[in-house]
Design a protein around this ligand. Structure first.
Ligand SMILES: [Zn+2]
Length: 145
């Protein structure tokens, strides 16, 4: 699934950019530089820049079109769905999430990491940069439709 999305994003990155000869500093839409005839070309993304490869183009497209998942927020939502909103301790009614977070921040973080891992393993979320940013699979799919 991830490979397929990566592949389609690469395709999209090629479509959105023009080959570019850096040596002559000209666009080479035919895939060969009109001046020096080199086919060793960078990619030019209008209004953004020129660089080798397509990873940076993909990154730009994702940033422009999608919002990376706020993993803290996603985890909190999931926990809110699992436990009552308030927990009674003695005569206090307290926010369950706040208690969990403040009483044991380490287990909170571990549980969050496990939650994100499980989403990734189930293919619901995908990272294309080694875990710095995650996107929902359905968001990526609708972007590529
Ligand atoms: Zn050239």
């Amino acid at each position: 699934m991830k490979d397929e999305i990566q592949e389609k994003l690469t395709e999209l990155a090629y479509k959105r950019t023009t080959p570019f000869c850096y040596g002559c500093y000209v666009k080479a839409p035919k895939g060969v530089c009109p001046h020096c005839h080199s086919d060793d070309l960078m990619r030019h993304l209008e209004g953004v820049g020129v660089e080798w490869g397509t990873d940076w183009v993909i990154k730009h497209i994702l940033q422009e079109k999608l919002t990376a998942i706020d993993t803290d927020e996603a985890f909190e939502d999931s926990i809110r769905g699992c436990y009552p909103e308030e927990t009674v301790i003695g005569w206090l009614k307290l926010d369950t999430l706040e208690i969990l977070k403040s009483q044991d921040p380490i287990s909170w973080r571990i549980a969050k990491d496990e939650y994100i891992d499980s989403l990734e393993q189930d293919g619901e979320i995908i990272s294309l940069d080694g875990g710095s940013n995650y996107y929902w699979k359905h968001d990526l799919e609708s972007l590529l439709e």
